[in-house]
Design a protein around this ligand. Sequence first.
Ligand code: FPP
Length: 256
Amino acid sequence: MDIIRDLFGQREKAAALTREAFQRLPRHVGIIMDGNGRWAKKQGLGVALGHRRGVETLREIIRHTDDLGIGALSIYAFSTENWNRSAEEVGALMQLILDFFASEIDELHEKNVRILILGEKDVFPPRQRETLVRAEERTASNTGLTLNICLNYGGRAELARAARQIARDVLEGRLDVDEVDEKAVSDRLYTAGQPDVDLMIRTSGEMRLSNFLLWQCAYAEFLFPTVLWPEFTVAHYDEALLAYGGRDRRFGGRKP
Ligand code: FPP
């Protein structure tokens, strides 16, 4: 019973740091929210409840990212490979998409958060697709945190899409072949205009990128906390942000 109560919103609240506590904060954080299935199994629950509890974590992490004034947060909510999971699990995730936007969109919009969906939306069932399009349209002119929600997303598919756009632009005379440089590619990614990922966090101890933001992570700092996503708190997040602040970033150069 405690678990069920806890699942629906009464997670223990961990103390959160404020912006002043950090020497340096990332401009763009990426998160692979891994471990929902293992957490559910550990509790003797079905995987759908693991994902549901994962959404509770997500709410707190979005709020804290916004409170800290970080410019962009990218979350891996559903990969192009996740369609291969059981119909029951895919169905639960589809329902969570609807529930997440129904409960969060007003607050996110009020907080000036701009929502972008990274990934092809056309393959989603009509209700999900409409929900995603509406969320993007409603928040399109917001100027606060950019929340990139990766759904039906794959980094290679994103790069192939950019290559198609470049080919089309060259063919139709909008771009010269000699102008195809790194910026030309970046400008055609879903994240066009955003800074690269500075900090990538993957929970649950797995140390893989799993086709997430391949281009944008070229110089990202990586952290792999062992805690499962449903148990990840703002205190763990602050710890990761503090660790990021202590990293020596050289971008291939040398310190003077
Ligand atoms: C990985 O855990 C997590 C996912 C595949 C989905 C993550 C999705 C959410 C937290 C909710 C969806 C978010 C929105 C915005 C609708 P896993 O199930 O692979 O964990 P495991 O490796 O322990 O099995």
